[in-house]
Write a protein of this length. Structure first.
Length: 245
């Protein structure tokens, strides 16, 4: 029961109200931790909150408690239903665009020598640069395709931008771009992208027996202990970090 009400509560906050956990918590005069607990099913959504949603935003209390009927009460349904329709329409178009891109990718014919090549190759000197004693320089070089070097699995990799410095001791800083693999299996020691209580974070995964921890690589930030009650979803494994010096 708590889990079902919590999921409906999360749907209302994210889709109907379009509010972050922090903003919503302020509007209900509570804490973000309490909101996370409601939506994860660890605590029941208070009746005072359900009443507040009904009187302030027109959310049906019956739907919140039982899942039956419409999300919105009759007096607010036309106004907010337009918003729900817009969100649904946007998702429909995004799915259609993705399907089109996938089809074009599948139908693309392999290039021949006579076809134009849109891949830009960078020259890579055969010499290696030393971080210690200086070494000699050779002029010979080869052509390097960075896509081939950085993208191991074309269909499952994407780029995320880092916000914050909780991983700075691992060389990942604010503003860096991470190339991540959404199909890779998170293992001990991997730097991962995880969704914790609805918020994305990048941390190092440590596994010791049954104990799992998301470790920050900065002593100013706390680690995140993973328990059976933690609302967490592993999104991807970090493969490369791109930074501007």
């Amino acid at each position: 029961m708590k889990n079902e009400v919590g999921r409906r509560h999360k749907f209302v906050r994210e889709t109907v109200l379009s509010m972050t956990v922090a903003d919503y918590a302020d509007s209900q005069s509570t804490t973000a931790a309490a909101v996370y607990a409601w939506e994860a099913g660890r605590r029941s959504v208070p009746h005072s909150v359900i009443e507040s949603l009904a009187t302030t935003h027109g959310i049906s209390a019956t739907w919140m408690l039982t899942g039956q009927g419409d999300v919105l009460s009759d007096r607010t349904q036309p106004k907010v239903k337009n918003k729900l329709d817009t969100v649904g329409e946007l998702r429909f178009h995004l799915d259609a665009m993705q399907a089109l891109l996938n089809r074009l990718d599948q139908e693309q014919e392999p290039q021949t020598e006579n076809q134009p090549n849109n891949v830009y190759y960078l020259p890579m000197l055969s010499s290696r640069v030393s971080a210690g004693v200086p070494v000699g320089v050779e002029d010979a070089f080869e052509q390097v395709d960075l896509m081939e070097k950085l993208v191991e699995h074309k269909g499952s990799m994407c780029v995320l931008t880092v916000v914050g410095d909780s991983m700075k001791d691992a060389g990942i800083c604010d503003g860096d771009m991470l190339i991540v693999d959404t199909q890779a299996e998170p293992k001990h020691g991997h730097i991962v992208i995880a969704k914790v209580y609805g918020e994305l974070t990048v941390k190092r995964l440590l596994i010791q027996g049954k104990k799992k921890v998301l470790q920050a690589e900065n002593p100013l930030f706390a680690n995140i202990d993973i328990t059976p009650h933690t609302d967490i979803e592993f999104i991807a494994v970090v493969k490369h970090c791109i930074k501007k010096l």
